[in-house]
Design a protein around this ligand. Structure first.
Ligand SMILES: NC(=O)c1ccc[n+]([C@@H]2O[C@H](COP(=O)([O-])OP(=O)(O)OC[C@H]3O[C@@H](n4cnc5c(N)ncnc54)[C@H](OP(=O)(O)O)[C@@H]3O)[C@@H](O)[C@H]2O)c1
Length: 243
């Protein structure tokens, strides 16, 4: 483990990758705060196991005052905001010509506005503290094309581009901003893929296997450790499918 004794915000920690990151970072001795729209049984389990080192509240990532209040609450409870993992997002499985305006706006709201609001609120604390780490969970879709994912891909491309500009903006304040871009991994979001599609992806992957939550955790753990001097980078965790 590289990251310990930090105060960390992971958005969308109620299930999927966000839950795994939350749990592993807690195990490593960090304080972790997370939010999602729904309260899952896992949130009660983590509260029971980790007590005051864990904080969950139901919150929509696009609720600007709610997100600002959440970050202030975390700073108050934990005494700092050392790292933020922008994980919450929604997927897409639709050709652009069939996508209505509400769906388009929904993806942009959650995947673009959401992480921007959280980052904006957190860097104010990080600047006062003298440093911190922002890690965006992007996707290989932000750099490579996949049919049916155009808006989602655009939202991840935004995250990567915004991350690079922000790295220049806040780097001097000791804040490291990077993206971790996984390939497809098993979760509710990727459950729209048929078994034959998953097999095709595996066949085209040099390592022969899809990434899993733990592979991604290992990279996120390193990226937010503050020990690497890595700044403004997209790190792919995809078994080499984008090479
Ligand atoms: N799965 C893949 O193959 C894959 C590949 C590459 C990258 N990624 C990226 O990895 C990250 C995690 O994906 P996943 O597969 O673990 O997704 P997931 O299983 O669908 O989980 C998404 C999490 O985000 C939360 N969330 C969604 N909309 C939200 C909103 N408006 N406000 C607050 N929380 C919200 C969800 O909780 P609620 O719904 O209760 O709000 C849930 O906790 C995402 O950034 C995704 O784009 C996934």
């Amino acid at each position: 483990m590289h990251t310990t004794n930090q105060s960390i915000i992971v958005s969308g920690g109620s299930r999927g990758l966000g839950l795994h990151l939350t749990e592993r970072l807690l195990e490593a001795g960090n304080k972790v705060a997370t939010f999602a729209r729904s309260h899952t049984e896992a949130m009660d389990r983590l509260a029971g196991t980790y007590g005051d080192a864990f904080y969950f509240t139901p919150l929509d990532a696009v609720d600007a005052p709610g997100v600002a209040a959440f970050v202030a609450e975390v700073a108050d409870r934990f005494g700092a905001v050392d790292s933020v993992v922008n994980n919450a997002a929604i997927g897409q499985d639709q050709l652009l010509m069939h996508t209505d305006l509400d769906t388009l706006r929904g993806i942009v709201d959650v995947n673009v506005i959401g992480p921007t609001l959280l980052t904006r609120a957190a860097i104010k604390h990080m600047i006062l503290q003298g440093g911190g780490n922002i890690c965006n969970i992007s996707s290989i879709c932000g750099s490579r094309g996949y049919a049916g994912l155009s808006i989602y891909a655009g939202s991840k491309g935004y995250l990567d581009a915004m991350m690079r500009a922000l790295a220049r903006e806040v780097g001097e304040a000791g804040i490291f901003v990077n993206s971790v871009a996984p390939g497809f991994f098993e979760s509710e979001m990727s459950s729209v893929l048929l078994p034959e599609q998953l097999n095709t992806i595996k066949r085209r992957t040099p390592s022969g296997s899809l990434s899993n939550d733990e592979n991604i955790f290992k990279v996120v753990d390193l990226v937010i450790s503050g020990t690497t001097n890595m700044q403004g980078q997209v790190v792919f965790v995809d078994g080499g499918i984008t090479t």
